[in-house]
Design a binder for this molecule. Sequence first.
Ligand SMILES: Nc1ncnc2c1ncn2[C@@H]1O[C@H](COP(=O)(O)OP(=O)(O)OP(=O)(O)O)[C@@H](O)[C@H]1O
Length: 292
Amino acid sequence: MAAIEVSGLSKHYGDVRANDDLTFTVRKGEIFGYLGPNGAGKTTTIRSLLGFQSPTEGTATVLGHDVRDEDELIEAKAEIGYLPGDPGLDEQVTGREYLDYQASLKGDERRGELLELFDPPLDRKIREYSRGNKQMVGIVQAFMHDPDLVIMDEPTSGLDPLKQEAFNEFLRGERERGKTVFFSSHVLGEVRRVCDRVGIIREGKLVTLEDIDALLRRGGKRVRVHTRSDADLAGLDGEGIVDREAFDDGVQFTFTGDYNALVSLLAQYDIVDLEIEEPPLEDVFMHFYGAD
Ligand SMILES: Nc1ncnc2c1ncn2[C@@H]1O[C@H](COP(=O)(O)OP(=O)(O)OP(=O)(O)O)[C@@H](O)[C@H]1O
Protein backbone atom coordinates (compact mmCIF):
# COMPACT_ATOMS: atom_id res chain seq x y z
CA MET A 1 0.00 0.00 0.00
CA ALA A 2 1.26 3.46 -0.94
CA ALA A 3 1.49 6.14 1.73
CA ILE A 4 -0.39 8.60 -0.48
CA GLU A 5 -2.28 7.80 -3.67
CA VAL A 6 -3.65 10.76 -5.61
CA SER A 7 -6.00 9.85 -8.49
CA GLY A 8 -7.45 12.36 -10.92
CA LEU A 9 -7.60 14.94 -8.15
CA SER A 10 -9.06 18.31 -9.15
CA LYS A 11 -10.06 21.30 -7.08
CA HIS A 12 -11.63 24.29 -8.78
CA TYR A 13 -12.45 27.63 -7.19
CA GLY A 14 -14.84 29.15 -9.71
CA ASP A 15 -12.77 29.49 -12.86
CA VAL A 16 -9.46 28.82 -11.09
CA ARG A 17 -8.24 25.26 -11.58
CA ALA A 18 -6.08 25.19 -8.44
CA ASN A 19 -5.55 21.42 -8.94
CA ASP A 20 -6.28 19.88 -12.30
CA ASP A 21 -6.45 16.09 -12.71
CA LEU A 22 -3.45 15.22 -10.52
CA THR A 23 -2.33 11.60 -10.34
CA PHE A 24 0.72 10.43 -8.41
CA THR A 25 1.84 8.09 -5.66
CA VAL A 26 4.03 8.67 -2.64
CA ARG A 27 5.71 5.43 -1.61
CA LYS A 28 6.09 4.30 1.96
CA GLY A 29 9.44 5.25 3.42
CA GLU A 30 10.35 8.00 0.97
CA ILE A 31 10.84 11.73 1.27
CA PHE A 32 8.79 13.30 -1.48
CA GLY A 33 9.22 16.94 -2.48
CA TYR A 34 6.23 18.76 -3.94
CA LEU A 35 7.64 21.69 -5.83
CA GLY A 36 6.14 24.65 -7.56
CA PRO A 37 6.15 28.43 -7.68
CA ASN A 38 3.71 30.61 -5.73
CA GLY A 39 0.11 29.86 -6.59
CA ALA A 40 0.91 26.56 -8.37
CA GLY A 41 -1.57 24.61 -6.23
CA LYS A 42 0.62 22.95 -3.58
CA THR A 43 -1.40 24.08 -0.55
CA THR A 44 -4.62 23.11 -2.32
CA THR A 45 -3.40 19.51 -2.69
CA ILE A 46 -2.25 19.38 0.92
CA ARG A 47 -5.60 20.68 2.18
CA SER A 48 -7.40 18.00 0.17
CA LEU A 49 -5.10 15.31 1.57
CA LEU A 50 -5.97 16.38 5.10
CA GLY A 51 -9.71 16.40 4.35
CA PHE A 52 -10.11 20.15 4.97
CA GLN A 53 -11.94 20.50 1.66
CA SER A 54 -13.62 18.15 -0.80
CA PRO A 55 -12.11 17.60 -4.21
CA THR A 56 -14.13 18.88 -7.18
CA GLU A 57 -13.29 15.60 -8.93
CA GLY A 58 -11.13 12.57 -8.25
CA THR A 59 -9.81 11.57 -4.88
CA ALA A 60 -6.81 10.54 -2.83
CA THR A 61 -5.99 8.06 -0.11
CA VAL A 62 -3.63 8.63 2.81
CA LEU A 63 -2.33 5.45 4.47
CA GLY A 64 -5.07 3.63 2.57
CA HIS A 65 -7.93 5.85 3.79
CA ASP A 66 -10.09 7.80 1.35
CA VAL A 67 -9.82 11.54 2.05
CA ARG A 68 -13.49 12.02 1.14
CA ASP A 69 -14.58 9.79 4.02
CA GLU A 70 -14.50 11.79 7.27
CA ASP A 71 -14.66 8.76 9.57
CA GLU A 72 -11.86 6.96 7.75
CA LEU A 73 -9.74 10.08 7.86
CA ILE A 74 -10.16 10.52 11.62
CA GLU A 75 -8.75 7.01 12.04
CA ALA A 76 -5.84 7.75 9.70
CA LYS A 77 -4.96 11.01 11.44
CA ALA A 78 -3.62 9.24 14.52
CA GLU A 79 -0.77 8.13 12.24
CA ILE A 80 -0.35 11.41 10.36
CA GLY A 81 1.58 14.52 11.33
CA TYR A 82 0.71 17.85 9.72
CA LEU A 83 2.51 21.16 9.52
CA PRO A 84 0.47 23.87 7.80
CA GLY A 85 2.10 26.67 5.81
CA ASP A 86 0.87 29.17 8.35
CA PRO A 87 1.02 27.37 11.73
CA GLY A 88 -1.95 29.51 12.92
CA LEU A 89 -1.05 28.99 16.58
CA ASP A 90 -3.06 30.41 19.47
CA GLU A 91 -1.09 33.55 20.30
CA GLN A 92 -2.30 33.80 23.92
CA VAL A 93 -0.74 30.57 25.23
CA THR A 94 2.89 29.65 25.80
CA GLY A 95 4.67 27.19 23.54
CA ARG A 96 4.60 24.64 26.36
CA GLU A 97 0.84 25.06 26.90
CA TYR A 98 0.26 24.64 23.18
CA LEU A 99 2.32 21.45 23.04
CA ASP A 100 0.61 20.12 26.21
CA TYR A 101 -2.75 20.62 24.54
CA GLN A 102 -1.63 18.92 21.33
CA ALA A 103 -0.18 16.07 23.41
CA SER A 104 -3.54 15.53 25.11
CA LEU A 105 -5.07 14.99 21.65
CA LYS A 106 -2.52 12.72 20.04
CA GLY A 107 0.40 11.86 22.34
CA ASP A 108 3.95 13.20 22.56
CA GLU A 109 6.40 10.34 23.07
CA ARG A 110 9.07 12.12 21.02
CA ARG A 111 8.60 15.64 22.40
CA GLY A 112 11.81 15.70 24.48
CA GLU A 113 13.97 14.44 21.66
CA LEU A 114 12.51 16.97 19.21
CA LEU A 115 12.98 19.86 21.62
CA GLU A 116 16.67 19.11 21.77
CA LEU A 117 16.86 19.84 18.03
CA PHE A 118 14.23 22.56 17.75
CA ASP A 119 14.28 24.76 20.81
CA PRO A 120 11.75 27.61 20.85
CA PRO A 121 11.41 29.57 24.15
CA LEU A 122 8.69 27.33 25.58
CA ASP A 123 7.67 29.51 28.52
CA ARG A 124 7.01 32.61 26.48
CA LYS A 125 3.66 33.46 24.91
CA ILE A 126 3.44 32.47 21.26
CA ARG A 127 2.58 36.07 20.31
CA GLU A 128 6.17 36.97 21.27
CA TYR A 129 7.62 34.28 19.00
CA SER A 130 9.61 35.02 15.85
CA ARG A 131 8.54 33.31 12.62
CA GLY A 132 11.30 30.74 13.09
CA ASN A 133 10.25 29.97 16.67
CA LYS A 134 6.66 29.42 15.54
CA GLN A 135 7.91 27.13 12.80
CA MET A 136 9.94 25.10 15.31
CA VAL A 137 6.91 24.60 17.61
CA GLY A 138 4.98 23.54 14.52
CA ILE A 139 7.64 21.00 13.58
CA VAL A 140 7.72 19.57 17.12
CA GLN A 141 3.93 19.13 17.16
CA ALA A 142 3.95 17.53 13.69
CA PHE A 143 6.38 14.78 14.72
CA MET A 144 5.93 14.37 18.47
CA HIS A 145 3.35 11.55 18.34
CA ASP A 146 5.69 9.58 16.07
CA PRO A 147 3.34 9.37 13.07
CA ASP A 148 3.99 7.08 10.07
CA LEU A 149 3.36 9.87 7.56
CA VAL A 150 4.11 13.58 7.91
CA ILE A 151 2.68 16.15 5.48
CA MET A 152 4.21 19.63 5.59
CA ASP A 153 3.56 22.86 3.72
CA GLU A 154 6.85 24.74 3.23
CA PRO A 155 8.38 23.45 6.48
CA THR A 156 11.66 25.36 6.41
CA SER A 157 10.25 28.84 5.90
CA GLY A 158 11.56 31.07 8.68
CA LEU A 159 14.29 28.64 9.79
CA ASP A 160 17.88 29.88 9.73
CA PRO A 161 20.41 27.83 7.69
CA LEU A 162 21.70 25.88 10.72
CA LYS A 163 18.18 24.92 11.76
CA GLN A 164 17.36 24.02 8.15
CA GLU A 165 20.30 21.65 8.09
CA ALA A 166 19.26 20.17 11.44
CA PHE A 167 15.81 19.69 9.96
CA ASN A 168 17.20 17.94 6.85
CA GLU A 169 19.32 15.68 9.02
CA PHE A 170 16.28 14.88 11.13
CA LEU A 171 14.25 13.99 8.01
CA ARG A 172 16.99 11.64 6.81
CA GLY A 173 16.80 9.92 10.20
CA GLU A 174 13.04 9.59 9.85
CA ARG A 175 13.50 7.93 6.48
CA GLU A 176 15.92 5.45 8.12
CA ARG A 177 13.15 4.66 10.60
CA GLY A 178 10.80 3.86 7.70
CA LYS A 179 8.68 7.00 7.99
CA THR A 180 7.18 8.77 4.97
CA VAL A 181 7.50 12.51 4.49
CA PHE A 182 5.65 14.65 1.94
CA PHE A 183 6.48 18.34 1.85
CA SER A 184 5.94 21.29 -0.41
CA SER A 185 8.56 23.82 -1.30
CA HIS A 186 9.52 26.41 -3.83
CA VAL A 187 13.14 26.30 -2.66
CA LEU A 188 14.72 23.88 -5.09
CA GLY A 189 18.04 23.62 -3.32
CA GLU A 190 16.38 22.18 -0.25
CA VAL A 191 14.59 19.33 -2.02
CA ARG A 192 17.81 18.36 -3.73
CA ARG A 193 19.51 17.88 -0.37
CA VAL A 194 16.91 15.64 1.18
CA CYS A 195 14.25 14.24 -1.20
CA ASP A 196 14.18 10.87 -2.95
CA ARG A 197 11.64 11.94 -5.53
CA VAL A 198 10.14 15.18 -6.59
CA GLY A 199 6.87 16.15 -8.26
CA ILE A 200 6.75 19.53 -9.96
CA ILE A 201 3.40 21.27 -10.15
CA ARG A 202 2.58 24.22 -12.33
CA GLU A 203 -0.79 25.93 -12.73
CA GLY A 204 -2.50 23.03 -11.00
CA LYS A 205 -1.01 20.32 -13.23
CA LEU A 206 1.80 17.89 -12.52
CA VAL A 207 4.65 18.80 -14.89
CA THR A 208 6.99 15.97 -13.95
CA LEU A 209 7.58 13.37 -11.30
CA GLU A 210 10.91 11.64 -10.99
CA ASP A 211 13.87 10.60 -8.92
CA ILE A 212 15.91 13.58 -7.89
CA ASP A 213 19.01 11.96 -9.48
CA ALA A 214 17.22 11.48 -12.82
CA LEU A 215 16.01 15.05 -12.73
CA LEU A 216 19.55 16.29 -12.18
CA ARG A 217 20.91 13.96 -14.90
CA ARG A 218 18.36 15.27 -17.36
CA GLY A 219 19.36 18.76 -16.35
CA GLY A 220 22.89 18.03 -17.61
CA LYS A 221 26.09 19.51 -16.22
CA ARG A 222 27.25 23.07 -16.02
CA VAL A 223 30.58 23.42 -17.83
CA ARG A 224 32.90 26.42 -17.53
CA VAL A 225 35.94 26.47 -19.80
CA HIS A 226 38.78 28.97 -19.40
CA THR A 227 41.14 29.29 -22.38
CA ARG A 228 44.11 31.51 -23.33
CA SER A 229 42.55 34.91 -23.79
CA ASP A 230 43.37 35.06 -27.53
CA ALA A 231 41.61 31.76 -28.31
CA ASP A 232 38.85 31.81 -30.89
CA LEU A 233 35.93 30.16 -29.14
CA ALA A 234 33.41 30.35 -31.97
CA GLY A 235 33.83 26.62 -32.70
CA LEU A 236 33.21 25.66 -29.11
CA ASP A 237 29.57 24.92 -29.74
CA GLY A 238 27.56 21.94 -30.83
CA GLU A 239 24.98 19.33 -29.97
CA GLY A 240 24.01 19.20 -26.30
CA ILE A 241 25.36 22.68 -25.59
CA VAL A 242 22.66 25.04 -24.33
CA ASP A 243 22.53 28.39 -22.56
CA ARG A 244 25.97 29.24 -23.94
CA GLU A 245 27.49 32.39 -22.49
CA ALA A 246 30.88 33.84 -23.40
CA PHE A 247 33.03 35.69 -20.90
CA ASP A 248 36.50 37.28 -20.94
CA ASP A 249 38.68 34.19 -20.98
CA GLY A 250 36.24 31.47 -21.86
CA VAL A 251 32.75 30.21 -22.11
CA GLN A 252 30.08 28.67 -19.88
CA PHE A 253 27.24 26.39 -20.95
CA THR A 254 24.92 23.64 -19.82
CA PHE A 255 25.82 20.32 -21.42
CA THR A 256 23.20 17.62 -21.94
CA GLY A 257 24.90 15.60 -24.71
CA ASP A 258 27.43 12.79 -25.07
CA TYR A 259 30.54 13.25 -22.91
CA ASN A 260 32.93 11.70 -25.46
CA ALA A 261 31.89 14.36 -27.97
CA LEU A 262 32.49 17.02 -25.34
CA VAL A 263 35.97 15.70 -24.58
CA SER A 264 36.88 15.66 -28.33
CA LEU A 265 35.60 19.19 -28.72
CA LEU A 266 37.53 20.48 -25.71
CA ALA A 267 40.72 18.73 -26.86
CA GLN A 268 40.98 21.25 -29.73
CA TYR A 269 41.57 24.13 -27.31
CA ASP A 270 44.36 25.26 -25.07
CA ILE A 271 42.44 25.08 -21.83
CA VAL A 272 43.81 26.66 -18.65
CA ASP A 273 40.97 25.69 -16.35
CA LEU A 274 37.84 23.58 -16.56
CA GLU A 275 34.90 23.30 -14.16
CA ILE A 276 32.18 20.70 -14.59
CA GLU A 277 29.50 20.67 -11.92
CA GLU A 278 25.85 19.90 -11.30
CA PRO A 279 23.63 22.73 -12.46
CA PRO A 280 21.65 24.49 -9.77
CA LEU A 281 18.25 22.81 -9.54
CA GLU A 282 16.82 26.24 -10.38
CA ASP A 283 18.24 25.85 -13.91
CA VAL A 284 16.77 22.37 -14.25
CA PHE A 285 13.49 23.81 -13.06
CA MET A 286 13.70 26.48 -15.75
CA HIS A 287 13.66 23.76 -18.40
CA PHE A 288 10.15 22.96 -17.22
CA TYR A 289 9.02 26.42 -16.31
CA GLY A 290 10.95 28.56 -18.75
CA ALA A 291 9.52 30.15 -21.88
CA ASP A 292 6.03 28.86 -22.45
N1 LIG B 1 -10.10 29.43 -1.06
C1 LIG B 1 -9.74 29.84 -2.28
N2 LIG B 1 -10.59 30.55 -3.06
C2 LIG B 1 -10.25 30.93 -4.30
N3 LIG B 1 -9.05 30.67 -4.89
C3 LIG B 1 -8.16 29.98 -4.16
C4 LIG B 1 -8.45 29.54 -2.83
N4 LIG B 1 -7.36 28.87 -2.37
C5 LIG B 1 -6.43 28.92 -3.36
N5 LIG B 1 -6.92 29.58 -4.44
C6 LIG B 1 -6.21 29.80 -5.71
O1 LIG B 1 -5.75 28.54 -6.17
C7 LIG B 1 -4.46 28.64 -6.77
C8 LIG B 1 -3.49 27.70 -6.05
O2 LIG B 1 -3.25 28.20 -4.72
P1 LIG B 1 -2.37 27.41 -3.66
O3 LIG B 1 -2.46 28.16 -2.37
O4 LIG B 1 -2.76 25.99 -3.65
O5 LIG B 1 -0.91 27.56 -4.29
P2 LIG B 1 0.53 27.24 -3.65
O6 LIG B 1 1.27 26.46 -4.68
O7 LIG B 1 0.38 26.62 -2.32
O8 LIG B 1 1.15 28.69 -3.53
P3 LIG B 1 2.19 29.32 -2.45
O9 LIG B 1 3.55 28.75 -2.75
O10 LIG B 1 2.11 30.77 -2.78
O11 LIG B 1 1.68 28.99 -1.08
C9 LIG B 1 -4.09 30.11 -6.68
O12 LIG B 1 -4.45 30.71 -7.90
C10 LIG B 1 -4.96 30.63 -5.56
O13 LIG B 1 -5.23 32.00 -5.73
